[in-house]
Design a binder for this molecule. Structure first.
Ligand code: NAP
Length: 195
């Protein structure tokens, strides 16, 4: 138990697999909007309160939030764009706050979700996810005290494809995806996109 780790979104499909992978070895604090340890990435006051309550940690992982597929001509475009951008702004603001709440040589791991082949309706997702990957690559250069930052791009997760009623053969099981987060925490990579 030599690391304390916050997982924001720890009740989700990917987040719960990350929590399960980390819990045998580390002290894991799982937080989300509906968890007993509450945080809402749409409201940075709740992030500040979370860090005040929990104190210094060795790693901050974010597997929270998501986006919607939205065609360019959709009547819902404005709402879907605003909703999707929250995944970008929420994780960027979390990242900035996490720096002061990490011990020396700690790490931040965010979640993007780019796909090799774009799907129709995924343009907002591409802004968000490539934006997050570019942000982490560049922001990692500025981190003090040996802190590292990386971003995991999970690709389709088997469990999600099943829930969506899609062929899950090309998906990766959540517990396999979770290993990328473990590597980001335990390894020495910096500014990398883990696919
Ligand atoms: N699953 C996939 O196939 C896949 C593929 C590529 C990328 N991704 C990305 O991976 C991430 C996780 O996906 P997932 O499938 O695990 O999602 P999920 O099952 O829907 O879980 C989302 C998690 O985030 C929490 N959450 C949502 N909004 C939040 C907010 N504003 N503040 C704090 N917590 C919030 C949820 O809990 P509460 O409702 O309690 O807040 C839940 O714990 C997302 O960014 C998604 O875009 C997923």
């Amino acid at each position: 138990m030599n690391k304390r780790i916050i997982v924001i979104g720890g009740t989700g499909i990917i987040g719960s697999a990350v929590v399960n992978a980390l819990e045998p070895k580390y002290e894991v604090i799982s937080a989300s909007r509906n968890s007993s340890i509450r945080v809402d990435l749409d409201d940075m006051d709740t992030v500040d309160k979370l860090f005040t309550k929990v104190g210094k940690v060795d790693a901050v992982v974010c597997t929270a939030q998501s986006g919607k597929l939205t065609p360019l001509n959709s009547a819902q475009w404005d709402d879907d764009f605003t909703f999707g951008m929250k995944k970008l702004t929420g994780q960027v603001e979390l990242f900035r706050r996490a720096i002061n709440n990490l011990n020396d040589h700690g790490s931040i791991t965010l979640t993007s979700g780019t796909f090799k082949e774009p799907l129709p309706g995924s343009s907002v997702g591409h802004i968000v996810n490539y934006g997050l990957e570019g942000f982490v690559r560049a922001a990692a250069l500025e981190l003090p005290r040996g802190i590292r930052a990386n971003v995991v791009s999970p690709g389709w997760v088997k469990e999600t494809l099943k829930i969506l009623g899609m062929d899950d053969a090309k998906g990766t099981a959540a517990n396999v995806v979770a290993q990328s987060y473990v590597e980001a925490i335990e390894g020495n990579m910096q500014g990398r996109v883990l696919i």
